[in-house]
Design a protein around this ligand. Structure first.
Ligand SMILES: Nc1ncnc2c1ncn2[C@@H]1O[C@H](COP(=O)(O)OP(=O)(O)O)[C@@H](O)[C@H]1O
Ligand SMILES: [Mg+2]
Length: 479
């Protein structure tokens, strides 16, 4: 049964058709043969009973006159023609052996025990006991012991015949079942092949055609209906996905644009604060210095007061510089990203009073300002995170060009980021870093294990970095 299941549909149908044809024929021929053989057997018995009858009536006189020689002659002449008779005997009324006959002189006759029934089957032979009557009185008994060779030969010939018929039937059934099974298997196999093609290509507009009103026709109809439903749903899904991707793209570009605007605005404010406010404060400082010089050294308290104001003006100039630097780190424009990274880490550490061991392995790579600023902002967020969450004692910073991409890696030996924090949609700082990198076709890979620190790897393909973000915006709008 298990082997049968392994066959394909075609094989199964052929096997079913063949076994049905063979089984039916086997039953029919067996019944016929059985019937024929039992008639044959009956006739055989009847024929031998008749022989025994004739032997009895012919030896009646010999029995009466106790002429065993005559009895022997009659037996010889009658039984020599009957090849099936192996032994025969004639008994008188007292059951005494009177005449005996053997087909082969070499084989010895074993006198049987006389039975009351007319015939019996024994060891592939049959025996006949025929009474000899005279005027209603039994005067003796004829015994025949015959082989069943004729019957066995008949059985053998039936076996050959049945096998021959079965073979012919097998050949005919096979020849017929191959085209017949295809009536059922072909449309099902075609449907299965079509299903495979559809699932591979994802093309639900394909339809299956079959011209019949049976269950297979119904199967095709329902399959087509299912395809139609999937097609509609698939179309909706594709549209929905496209819309979603468009919205994401729009949001990403909007975010990018907002960041550029913010950076530009910060740069403008930084310039104004630095130049205008800085110049005004410097002018104020110069005026105060000349005012102070107008008074003699030890004139009065006014001198001390002006000195105090001068110190305050100096502090204000420092604060203004710090605000301007936060808004737009000029070192980035003047010295490049690698120096800006080193400067910022030291400045930041000093400002927050951190005690990190800083290690730099940075290589100067010429980058367009917007990309350098994006990387710098990612770096600022990373250092802020380390200061706020990591509890680290060492920070390593790498900036390298590897093949056609730029790698910025910041490694700390702090407590690591937990897995829920990594995928938390509330982790806006991490999400912002990823978004900034994505604008440049890059990615941020965060490797972290609890207790073993964190590595933030920013990878930016450099061909992309030459494409201005604003240009990307235009490309998007044209789409
Ligand atoms: N270097 C780090 N070491 C340990 N934890 C960190 C580190 N960076 C980020 N985290 C964890 O990831 C979370 C998300 O970071 P972030 O998105 O920047 O949000 P925020 O800094 O505003 O909490 C943080 O709250 C913190 O728990
Ligand atoms: Mg943060």
């Amino acid at each position: 049964m298990l082997g049968f299941r392994r066959f394909n549909l075609r094989g199964k149908l052929i096997l079913i058709l063949l076994s049905m044809a063979l089984l039916t024929l086997l039953v029919a021929t067996s019944l016929f043969s059985y019937n024929d053989l039992s008639i044959f057997k009956k006739n055989l018995v009847r024929h031998n009973l008749a022989i025994a009858g004739s032997a009895g009536s012919m030896t009646r006189a010999a029995l009466l006159f106790e002429d065993s020689k005559r009895g022997n002659e009659i037996f010889e002449s009658l039984l020599r023609r009957e090849k099936q008779v192996e032994f025969a005997a004639l008994y008188d009324a007292e059951g005494k052996l009177f005449v005996q006959y053997s087909r082969n002189s070499s084989s010895l006759f074993q006198p049987p025990s006389l039975k009351s029934k007319a015939y019996d089957f024994i060891d592939g032979h049959f025996e006949i006991f025929q009474n000899i009557f005279l005027k209603g009185k039994s005067i003796g008994k004829v015994y025949l012991y015959a082989d069943m060779d004729e019957f066995n030969a008949q059985i053998e010939s039936y076996i050959y015949l049945v096998s021959f018929i079965l073979l012919i039937t097998l050949a005919i059934s096979l020849a017929l079942s191959i085209p017949l099974q295809s009536i059922i298997s072909k449309p099902i196999i075609a449907l299965a092949a079509m299903e495979k093609r559809i699932s591979q290509k994802g093309d639900y507009s394909i339809r299956a055609y079959h011209d019949s009103s049976d269950e297979i026709g119904l199967l095709y109809k329902q399959f087509n209906e299912m395809l139609a439903q999937i097609e509609v749903r698939d179309k909706d899904l594709v549209e929905f996905k496209q819309n979603l991707e468009n919205s994401c793209d729009q949001l990403r570009h909007l975010n990018n644009r907002m960041q550029s605007i913010r950076e530009e605005e910060s740069a403008r404010i930084s310039r104004e604060v630095h130049d205008e406010l800085g110049q005004m404060l410097t002018a104020l400082k110069m005026d105060l210095t000349s005012l102070k010089n107008m008074f003699p050294e030890d004139s009065n308290d006014l001198d001390v007061k002006i000195e105090g104001i001068l110190v305050f003006v100096d502090q204000t100039i420092d604060t203004v510089r710090k605000i301007a630097t936060d808004l737009r780190p000029e070192v980035l424009d003047h010295l490049g990203l690698s120096e800006a990274l080193e400067w910022y880490a030291e400045d930041f550490q000093e400002r927050i009073g951190g005690k990190w061991k800083l290690e730099f392995n940075v290589q100067e790579v010429p980058l367009q300002p917007d990309l350098a600023m994006a990387l710098f902002r990612i770096y600022q967020e990373t250092l802020t995170n380390i200061a706020r969450h990591a509890d680290a004692s060492k920070i390593q910073v790498k900036l390298q060009k590897i093949k056609d991409s730029l790698l910025l890696e910041i490694i700390d030996n702090g407590k690591g980021i937990s897995t829920p924090d990594l995928s938390n949609p509330q982790s806006l700082g991490l999400m912002g870093m990823r978004e900034r990198a994505r604008v440049w076709g890059g990615e941020v890979l965060i490797l972290s294990q609890s207790g073993f620190g964190t590595s933030i790897r920013v990878n930016i393909p450099l061909e992309d970095s030459f494409m201005d973000a604003k240009e990307k915006m235009n490309v998007y709008q044209v789409k």
